[in-house]
Design a protein around this ligand. Structure first.
Ligand code: SF4
Ligand code: SF4
Length: 655
């Protein structure tokens, strides 16, 4: 039997105490409307909205500012809270995903309750899509609706969940090892799992890394040695996640073996092109962890047969293949490059293969996907390879055939300039007229025909011994993990962070973080930065031994609940809601019970309950009703003579 502590009638506020609270805590709503530097005020008459808000019941103060999110804008709110002029805040500005946290923090700093806050989006929902009087009127109604909710808001407290000081990192490439080391160095016991028998991931297949020429093998060996010897890191290779449950602070995980132990190299042994052997998971095991870091890496695009002659000519290879062959040659030098016993007098690298694909121009893969994004690293990797070849084998000619060169980042433009000094020949093609690779008879096996925009459309034929396709990055095939953890995936099929600037390594599910190329194409430096960011976030989350979560979770009114269970059937998150037996009024009854740490606050349960016995804190049915009443009310328009009816505003303030 559950102790039903959270929902028990004993713990629910008595009606008398709510009435007392109402009389002590009359709603005084402050409305703060942002110009957004013209983004909003160019289309919405912000001052008119402000003056209209002064007609609205419960609104104590209405103010405007050029940038509400700026320090002076936040100070306006904080001053009104500190002086007692307001006790609930509505900000009308950009999307809440951008600045809701900013304003909640300002309220907390001023001593207010950060959950007595409502946000009206009058930028994306109004000024970016409407103009003129209609925009001003819509903004007025959205702000009115927010005040209707704000008047009914009660103070809420964050949920506190105990947190294990343990982290799980999924993926043993550079990102995974970097994250594991950063967490372990800061006192978090860390388990790192890797599907293959090797640590090192995609970087193990690279040679000299752009732009400074570090040896990929050295980077991988160094990280692996530190990871394997760290007293707080446990490594399991040949391991994958087979089940996942729980919540931030206490995820329950089961690991199962994915590779036989006899396939594995000895731990610490380096195998060229594969990485460093790690200890294999001996058997399926269960464990608990406070956080999960996803470092599942990427896949290289595989050209389809016939794409620039790939699969039809052994002299057409991919850039990762070339890099691996070059890395196996170590510091060999000479007149001409030799690969697989063949002399390479001239080679051409074709950029953007499997990247920046265009519907109607490029062929979709078997699942109908096109990679419309830029893979970001292949220009630098191609030019780095070209420089290596020209500097080590000066009698080999190198041609770079590109659509655009994108060598962004420190040191990379210099590498591009160095390629010109090394007499790498650049040719630029139009995507509509890509280069054609054909087999020829005679001295060279292949010829590339290209219409070169740098010579104003001259058609050039270049005989070559080798064609290298600069294949882009694709998301790793982690569909099982995506389904199991319900991970958000972007239009590009990489895992999608909450916000690229404000929460760049976080996922919507608390306690799960992104590290490296599972999120987007990145070079090794960017991967390391992202992995360290994820580790810092994880450590700061677990550091206190508990985690605080927003309180927007479902709560059951045990007096109204009949235990029919429609809500349990509708619940979107396994384990968030269940039926339990409990004592209510001296009787043993069946009632719905919420596990707050698992509740998503989605409201699916609220929608199906015939008794209206379940509500989401901070988003109650009464608050929604009040918002709807205020949207259709003309109370704000009264002074202009536009009002058509009396306001449908309830005067009560209890939720
Ligand atoms: S990095 Fe260069 S080669 Fe790679 S997709 Fe972007 S533009 Fe194309
Ligand atoms: S709000 Fe959503 S996740 Fe929470 S109990 Fe209701 S249906 Fe389940």
């Amino acid at each position: 039997m559950s102790d039903a502590k959270q929902n028990s009638p004993e713990n629910a506020p008595a009606p008398e105490s709510l009435e007392n609270k109402e009389s002590q805590d009359q709603a005084k709503v402050g409305v703060y409307i942002c110009y957004c530097g013209g983004n909003i005020s160019d289309h919405v008459d912000v001052e008119k909205v402000r003056s209209r808000m002064e007609n609205v019941p419960g609104v104590a103060v209405a103010r405007t500012n050029m940038f509400m999110c700026s320090d002076p804008g936040q100070e306006l709110i904080m001053d009104d809270l500190r002086s007692g002029a307001v006790n609930r805040v509505v900000v009308a500005s950009c999307a809440p995903s951008l600045h809701e946290t900013t304003f909640r923090s300002a309220i907390a700093r001023a001593g207010g309750n950060p959950y007595q806050y409502e946000h009206a989006n009058i930028r994306e929902q109004v000024s970016w899509v409407h103009h003129g009087d209609a925009a001003t009127d819509k903004a007025t109604r959205l702000v009115c609706a927010a005040t209707g909710k704000a008047r009914l808001m009660q103070p809420l407290e964050p949920l506190r969940v105990d947190a294990l000081r343990r982290g799980l990192v999924i993926g043993g490439g550079v990102a995974g090892m970097r994250s594991a080391l950063d967490m372990a160095d800061r006192g978090i016991e860390t388990v790192l799992i890797e599907k293959s028998p090797y640590l090192g991931g995609g970087v193990s297949r690279l040679g000299k890394l752009a732009p400074y020429g570090e040896d990929a093998e050295t980077v991988v060996r160094d990280l692996a040695a530190r990871t394997l010897s760290h007293p707080r890191i446990t490594v399991y290779c040949g391991a994958s996640l087979s089940s996942y449950g729980g919540y931030v602070g206490k995820f329950s995980i089961e690991l199962s073996t994915t590779a036989a132990e006899d396939e594995a190299p000895s731990p610490g042994q380096y195998v060229p092109g594969k990485g460093v052997g790690g200890p294999m998971l001996p058997q399926n095991i269960a464990l608990e962890t406070g956080v999960v870091v996803l470092a599942t890496g990427f896949s290289s695009y595989t050209p389809h047969t016939g794409e620039y002659g790939f699969g039809e000519n052994q002299e057409v290879i991919t850039l990762p293949d070339l890099l691996q062959k070059l890395s196996e040659m170590k510091d060999e030098k000479g007149g001409q490059l030799h690969l697989d016993g063949r002399r390479i007098r001239s080679l051409a690298i074709i950029h953007c293969v499997g990247s920046r694909q265009i519907p109607g121009v490029h062929e979709e893969d078997e699942n109908g996907h096109l990679n419309e994004y830029c893979s970001r690293v292949c220009c630098s990797a191609s030019i780095n390879a070209a420089n290596t070849i020209r500097e080590s084998f000066p009698d080999t000619s190198v041609y770079e055939l590109y659509r655009d060169i994108r060598t962004y980042g420190r040191g990379q433009e210099e590498m591009y300039a160095q390629a010109s000094a090394n007499r790498v020949v650049f040719m630029r093609f139009n995507v509509e007229e890509p280069p054609v690779v054909r087999r020829i008879a005679g001295e060279y096996p292949l010829e590339i025909e290209v219409k070169d925009e740098l010579t104003f459309g001259e058609e050039l034929q270049v005989p070559v011994d080798l064609v290298v396709l600069a294949t882009g990055m694709e998301p790793a095939p982690i569909h099982d993990l995506v389904d199991m953890l319900k991970l958000p995936v972007g239009a590009d099929r990489f895992l999608l962070e909450v916000h690229p600037k404000l929460r760049p390594v976080e996922l919507p599910m608390a306690g799960v973080f992104l590290a490296g190329t599972c999120q987007a194409p990145m070079d090794v430096g960017e991967v390391s930065n992202a992995a360290s960011s994820a580790a810092v976030k994880a450590v700061s989350l677990l550091g206190k031994g508990f985690v605080e979560l927003d309180p927007f979770v479902a709560e059951v009114d045990l007096q109204k609940c009949t235990g029919a269970g429609a809500c349990v059937d509708a619940c979107l998150n396994d384990g968030a809601l269940k039926l339990v037996e409990m004592e209510v009024g001296g009787e043993t009854v069946t009632r719905a019970e919420v596990t707050p740490a698992l509740c998503l606050g989605c409201g699916a349960c609220v929608a199906v309950c015939p008794e209206n016995a379940i509500n989401v804190n901070g988003w109650t049915l009464r608050q929604y009703e009040s918002m709807v009443d205020m949207i259709i009310s003309d109370v704000a328009f009264e002074d202009s003579g536009e009002a058509k009816e009396e306001p449908a505003v309830e005067e009560e303030t209890a939720a």
